[in-house]
Design a protein around this ligand. Structure first.
Ligand code: GSY
Length: 173
């Protein structure tokens, strides 16, 4: 069984509903078990800053899907939620990024794991730390990276406290 961490973000439409639907679709996917969902954080946009604030979460799941199949599932969910991305770094209905896949380093044309920019991004690291325990390897590196980031300055604020996966999905409407 493989342990996977995802980062999910949205800054268009019904942001909370978008997150809940994405997690619901993950729970319904074959070969995937969603183990934990972080609190929801409202976060200042990074990259192109003239856009609406994001809601971000991190998700921990176990799966027998390969990393390529997991990527395919994430893309399918993005499409299902009608992802419209007008330009790189721009607003989006939903974005599902694979942060970590076990402790593997993966570099293919379509997937780089650990996610290239995760160690610089408070909107990724803060939720991720909530659903993981300090460790060595890539998670250890994430904990170290977070220690040197000013979370408030980065505009990452807890928006809704974490609940169980069942509650998170149940309240999807
Ligand atoms: O990389 C994911 C999309 N994205 C985000 C995001 O999810 N949250 C914040 N705060 N800024 C972002 N910029 C991009 S691009």
């Amino acid at each position: 069984m493989n342990t996977v961490y995802l980062s999910i973000g949205t800054n268009m439409g019904e942001r909370e509903a978008n997150l809940k639907l994405a997690v619901k679709l993950l729970t319904e996917a074959q070969g995937v078990r969603v183990e934990a969902v972080s609190s929801i954080y409202e976060t200042a946009p990074v990259g192109f800053i003239e856009q609406a604030a994001f809601l971000n979460i991190a998700v921990r799941l176990t799966t027998d899907l390969s990393s390529a199949k997991m990527l395919h599932l994430c893309q399918k969910i993005e499409q299902e939620l009608g992802r419209i991305r007008e330009f790189r770094w721009g607003p989006r209905i939903i974005d599902l990024d694979i942060l970590l896949y076990n402790h593997e380093n993966i570099e293919t044309e379509s997937l780089i794991v650990p996610h290239e920019r995760m160690f610089e991004r408070a909107f990724v690291l803060v939720p991720l730390m909530e659903i993981s325990t300090p460790a060595t390897g890539q998670l250890g590196r994430a904990y170290e990276a977070l220690a040197s980031i000013d979370i408030q300055k980065e505009g990452v604020v807890q928006w809704k406290k974490s609940v169980t996966v069942e509650e998170f999905v149940r309240s999807e409407s």
